[in-house]
Design a protein around this ligand. Structure first.
Ligand code: SF4
Ligand code: MG
Length: 333
């Protein structure tokens, strides 16, 4: 079965006083139907920019500098704005970090939910109110909260409303960018559990973005690791946890407490990410990589299928030849 979302060679850049910042540089990945795919990496690595590029929420001067985004076979980058508006919410919805960025502060929750429904289904006027109440029930909020304004709700309740809105038209893909970051831990867990329950029930795909790698490893089927605007590894979450291949992925895992088992010292990664205006030649991780070799200084490693065929990795340690051989068998992905 073909993938639901196919991102190919996506690039996002923006001008700055010192030159063009390549925030996302030719990244490619797919998300299957019903799959939960996570993007992880340090802040500034391009995770959110990738998500905003996919759902056309880039704020100028940031702009799409190339590549393709296909959702269910439809090329999103080429769609006229009004055509894209028809897909938003109906096929693709977005849950952002702060509910305040998703909700209109001067409209009641009822108005916002019913407007979202009616924008796509103008004939649903008589049923919209009942559907808004159903959506509240879906996220365990009392129906009388429909009369509230966003500021009258707690942060966790607001985020539940946003999730209800995202579900309103049964989209096939929900993009979640740090959906629980602003909330306290107990509220976070409740929201994550709710999202997972809804995902199992309705079967939509999720593009999940967080800097919380342990949470991502629990939630996601597959994970992509980004570094300095590049995708450096993709693999099933279980493989990333047990056998991370890219030295950056290994360093990232070492900088989090173990999910289970022995306590260990957190090491982190020395140094800091490179300048995205003039990134280093060869591998961008090379200035921080303990395993760097001469080719890493001049040849950029391509993201190629790894030996076990489960994932892809962009690192010279795994040999281009081996990768190229495997590529033919994994090309069906
Ligand atoms: Fe390290 Fe070289 Fe691999 Fe880059 S390509 S991660 S520098 S070993
Ligand atoms: Mg971000």
């Amino acid at each position: 079965m073909s993938a639901l979302l196919e991102v190919r060679e996506l690039s996002v850049e923006y001008p700055s006083a010192r030159g063009v910042v390549k925030a996302v540089d030719r990244i490619s990945f797919t998300i299957g139907r019903g799959e939960i795919f996570g993007l992880a990496g340090e802040s500034g690595c391009g995770k959110s920019t990738t998500a905003f590029g996919i759902c056309r929420l880039l704020r100028p001067p940031a702009r799409l500098a190339g590549g393709s985004v296909r959702l269910d076979g439809v090329e999103l980058t080429a769609l006229p704005e009004d055509e894209f508006d028809k897909l938003r919410w109906a096929k693709l919805s977005i849950v952002l970090q702060s509910a305040m960025n998703n909700l209109n502060p001067v409209m009641t929750i009822r108005k916002q939910l019913t407007d979202a429904i009616l924008a796509h289904e103008p004939d649903a006027a008589s049923a919209a109110d009942a559907r808004a109440a159903e959506l509240m029930k879906l996220v365990d909020l009392p129906a009388d909260r429909l009369n509230s304004y966003p500021h009258e709700l707690s942060g966790g309740m607001r985020q539940r409303v946003v999730i209800a809105m995202a579900m309103a038209l049964k989209p096939s893909l929900v993009i979640m960018d740090e959906p629980t970051t602003a909330l306290d831990v107990v509220v976070q867990h409740g929201i994550i559990r709710k999202m997972m329950e809804l995902q199992r029930r309705f079967g939509f795909s999720i593009l999940f973005i967080t800097h919380d790698l342990p949470l991502m490893l629990q939630m996601c089927d597959r994970i992509g690791i980004m570094y300095a605007g590049k995708l450096v590894e993709t693999a099933p979450a279980s493989r990333i946890l047990k056998e991370p291949k890219h030295p950056y992925t290994q360093g990232l895992l070492d900088s989090f407490p173990a999910l289970s088992g022995e306590k260990r010292r957190l090491t982190g990664i020395p140094g800091h990410p490179p300048d995205l205006i003039r990134p280093p030649a060869g591998c961008r991780f090379q200035p921080r990589c303990r395993r760097a070799m001469p080719p890493c200084l001049s040849v950029e490693p391509a993201l190629l299928p790894d030996r076990d065929g489960l994932g892809k990795v962009a690192c010279h340690l795994y040999g281009e030849e081996e990768g190229a051989r495997e590529q033919a068998s994994a090309a069906s992905e």
